[in-house]
Design a protein. Structure first.
Length: 205
């Protein structure tokens, strides 16, 4: 096994390569990204909790920091932690399926994560986070990647959260667009979230 110094150097090199990535502009699958790439992620070899989401939104693209928006505030409430812990890379890894804001669709919503990103980077990035004990799978894209054939619709997958916990906790996206979903599924707040907060506390020690 490589020494800790070598492991840290390997991770630093990988992060530098990701932040310089222009794959979705120079070798896109389909139409190129309509703006300059700005990959956003947070990871370390010591992180014990992971957030595996979809892709940055415009506000995150502008800030360069994960979940710097109202969705982030709700997500931190779901987890029962504040920004000080959430943005501590030594404790929490934040690795979306696509590292860059994918742009807007014709209805004004965010497009899906870029198709180039996860196949090229994801396995290498996750190999650099060996200490992760639990991961929150935010949205259907992350759920399909990590749970594979175990997934169905988002609602059906999240309803089965006990089958995946404590390793994985599938959730909807914390966007206001999902307020209706949360009202229709009260068990999410009364059953899943208390279990998630308990596991987050345990993972973070």
């Amino acid at each position: 096994m490589a020494s800790p110094l070598v492991q840290e150097a390997t991770l630093a090199k990988l992060l530098a390569d990701i932040r310089a990535c222009r794959l979705c502009v120079e070798a896109p699958k389909g139409a190129a990204l309509p703006h300059e790439p700005r990959p956003v992620l947070q990871i370390s070899r010591t992180a014990r909790l992971a957030i595996f989401g979809q892709a940055p939104g415009m506000r995150v693209h502008e800030s360069g920091r994960p979940f710097t928006d109202a969705s982030g505030e709700r997500l931190r409430d779901w987890l029962g932690i504040g920004p000080d812990i959430f943005y501590d890379a030594s404790k929490v890894a934040i690795v979306p399926m696509g590292f860059c804001f994918p742009g807007y669709d014709s209805k004004g919503g965010d497009k899906p994560p870029r198709a180039e990103c996860a196949p090229h980077w994801r396995a290498r990035v996750l190999a650099m986070a060996p200490s992760v004990q639990s991961a929150v799978l935010v949205g259907a894209y992350a759920q399909r990647w990590h749970l594979g054939k175990e997934t169905a619709s988002l609602t059906a997958t999240v309803e089965r959260w006990r089958d995946f916990a404590p390793r994985y906790f599938p959730t909807p996206h914390p966007s206001w667009r999902n307020n209706g979903w949360i009202r229709k599924n009260p068990w999410f707040e009364t059953e899943l979230l208390p279990a998630l907060r308990k596991q987050v506390a345990a993972a973070l020690g």
